[in-house]
Design a protein around this ligand. Structure first.
Ligand SMILES: C[S@@+](CC[C@H](N)C(=O)[O-])C[C@H]1O[C@@H](n2cnc3c(N)ncnc32)[C@H](O)[C@@H]1O
Ligand SMILES: [Zn+2]
Length: 269
């Protein structure tokens, strides 16, 4: 399999060719490969803020938490699902890849794996650690890929942009999504809100792809240290609601029991 990444110019949509350490198009729009091994394909005019996406502290917390293996049962479940559906051959895209924990677990010797995230700090960390995947900074709302490029798109706790995903997915290609199910992190939420609201697991509003499979994976985690609990908290959308008091309390816990509850859906184009 050709392992040179194939990108589309984010500015003029022509193909980018790779030479030395630079991607460039016929109109001479150039994007250099950074020393960490990623390419920034997010033109400033596409940015809505100076530092879009997760910041460095959030990325570090995510890496520290995921490295502890608490979400590995989810990955194992995904791998057994892939085995039933053609085993991740061809081009695979992790949309909103964060620091690459899931991305690199999709890499096989004979496939080509891409990860895109809008957060530069996350992409930098991903590229530095996982050299066999292709990482770039970019936005999911204007993907730097040709139409019909991917056999698989994977979206784990990241925004789902149906029109763009459908455009870059091949005929018969798969989109796999992982979203929070009803009881996800319920004990952690109870510490923050007096009454934890359950996650709404209504079907994702995907209209142009066919839902062919869905399953739920639910298990209880014993978070070893207060640091693990705070790292997990900072990965959630409710982190900003936590008061200093609650954070201090959480920091002192050992073996905090918390439910992981994931909804997995598989769609086909
Ligand atoms: C909850 S994190 C999940 C990251 C990774 N999939 C994981 O599970 O570890 C959501 C990610 O989506 C990224 N993101 C949000 N909006 C985005 C956009 N418009 N384009 C690209 N990435 C985006 C964020 O920067 C963040 O890394
Ligand atoms: Zn161009």
């Amino acid at each position: 399999m050709n392992n040179t990444p194939q990108y589309q110019c984010p500015l003029c949509k022509n193909v980018l060719s790779f030479n030395e350490r630079t991607f460039s198009c016929v109109n001479n729009h150039c994007f250099d490969l950074a020393k960490e091994g990623y390419v920034n394909l997010l033109p400033v005019q596409f940015k809505h803020s100076k530092e879009p996406g997760d910041n460095k502290a959030m990325v570090n917390a995510r890496r520290a938490f995921l490295d502890k293996g608490y979400y590995q049962p989810l990955v194992n479940q995904l791998i057994s699902l892939y085995q039933k559906f053609g085993n991740l051959s061809g081009n695979v895209f992790d949309a909103g890849c964060g620091e690459g924990f899931y991305t690199h677990q999709h890499k096989h010797p004979d496939n080509c794996v891409y990860g895109i995230d809008i957060a530069k700090e996350a992409v930098k960390k991903a590229a530095k650690r996982y050299r066999d995947c292709h990482f770039s900074v970019g936005t999911l709302s204007q993907l730097p890929f040709n139409d019909n490029h991917f056999d698989w798109i994977v979206s784990i706790y990241a925004p789902i942009l149906e029109a763009e995903f459908t455009r870059v997915l091949k005929e018969n290609g798969y989109l796999l999504t992982v979203t929070p199910a009803k009881l996800h992190l319920t004990q952690l939420k109870q510490k923050i809100y007096h009454e934890a609201k359950e996650h709404d697991i209504e079907k994702e509003p995907i209209e142009h792809l066919t839902l062919i499979h869905q399953e739920n994976i639910s298990y209880s985690m014993a978070l070893e240290s207060g640091e693990d609990v705070l790292n997990l908290l900072s990965m959630t959308p409710f982190a900003f609601k936590a008061s200093e008091d609650v954070k201090q309390q959480l920091n002192k816990t050992n073996n905090f029991i918390c439910q992981a509850d994931f909804q997995i859906r598989l769609y086909k184009k």
